[in-house]
Design a binder for this molecule. Structure first.
Ligand code: CP
Length: 317
């Protein structure tokens, strides 16, 4: 990678992504090849917002690499509750750990934290900003199901506040991917993300309804309406419940459509989709382990090193 920190998907080149995903493929095929590889290293988990998948999969991935983890715990039980600033918090934690995983409700928090420390900072979600490690596991899931070129991807739901959407849309511009964004008018992509996509010449279209584009899709990436980010709860209630899918919705989809969701879901994907061959969202969540092992190995290891040699070494697309 070109930088020590992972803050935004805009810093990821195609080579960066493929490098991490190659390692992730090896880690998935032969986790034992990575066992103890970073023994003696410490990773700090600093979550100022709730998390299940990101926090636990970074913790598990670290342990599989022999890394010890230290967890700041809930904000209420840390000195953040006494008014300590984010800058002071990470400057202190830098002395305890070799890398910091940071989730924070404020967009830009990871950028700020990275300015104050020398150890790698991994942005595990900054408000409605970015969530680039999620994007790496999303791309791994897409790659293992379809490959990453000549793709048609639909991204549906809360495109305005959905940080996983912002990172994924940006990262997909590295590949030959047509992107269809499906949302209510009020939850369209933010101007800054549209600008970045436009600058790269990305193939992008926006839609009000899924039906118009569903048969073309290789991947449908569904997202939760982010209630916690709405400044006005009335506006949330006005759009909540739109853009849900069930097994009947997918009747016109391609047989090999992959349905993804960063999770947690509320009611965007009905449980009857879980039993279809389209559902990949639990596989996607489980991919957090090999992908975050690969990411940590990349950020903590020697940049010239492409990971341990395994039997899948030459098994690339
Ligand atoms: N996908 C994701 O970021 O999930 P968590 O909020 O549970 O970490």
């Amino acid at each position: 990678m070109r930088q020590d920190h992972l803050i935004t998907a805009t810093q990821l080149s195609r080579g960066d992504i493929e490098g991490v995903l190659d390692r992730a493929r090896k880690a998935a095929a032969d986790p034992s090849a990575y066992a103890g590889r970073h023994a003696g290293t410490v990773l700090a988990l600093c979550f100022f917002e709730p998390s299940t998948r990101t926090r636990m999969s970074f913790d598990a991935a670290a342990k599989r690499l022999g890394i010890d983890t230290i967890d700041m715990g809930d904000v209420g039980s840390s000195s953040v509750s006494k008014g300590e600033s984010l800058a002071d918090t990470v400057r202190v934690i830098e002395g305890y750990a070799d890398a910091i995983v940071l989730r924070h409700p404020s967009e830009g928090a990871a950028t700020l934290a990275a300015e104050f420390v020398d150890v790698p900072v991994i942005n595990a979600g900054d408000g409605a900003g970015q969530h680039p490690s999620q994007t790496l596991l999303d791309l791994h899931t897409i790659r293992e199901n379809h490959g990453l070129d000549d793709l048609t991807v639909g991204i549906m739901g809360d495109l305005k506040y959905g940080r996983t959407v912002h990172s994924l849309a940006t990262a997909l511009t590295n590949f030959d991917a047509r992107q269809h964004f499906i949302s209510p008018q009020s939850l369209r992509l933010p101007r800054s993300v549209r600008f970045d996509l436009h600058e790269t010449g990305a193939q992008v279209r926006e839609h009000d309804e899924l039906a118009a584009v569903l048969p073309e899709l290789d991947v449908l990436y569904v997202t939760r309406i982010q209630k916690e980010r709405f400044p006005d709860e009335n506006e949330y209630h006005r759009v909540a419940g739109e853009y849900q899918i069930d097994a009947d919705t997918l009747a016109d989809a391609a047989a090999d459509l992959t349905v993804m969701h960063p999770l947690p879901r509320v009611d965007e994907i009905a449980p009857d989709v879980d039993d279809t061959d389209h559902a990949r969202y639990f596989e996607q969540a489980h991919n957090g382990i090999p992908v975050r092992m690969a990411l940590l190995d990349t950020l903590l290891g020697d940049g010239a090193d492409d990971g341990p040699t395994t039997e899948t070494e030459t098994d690339h697309e």
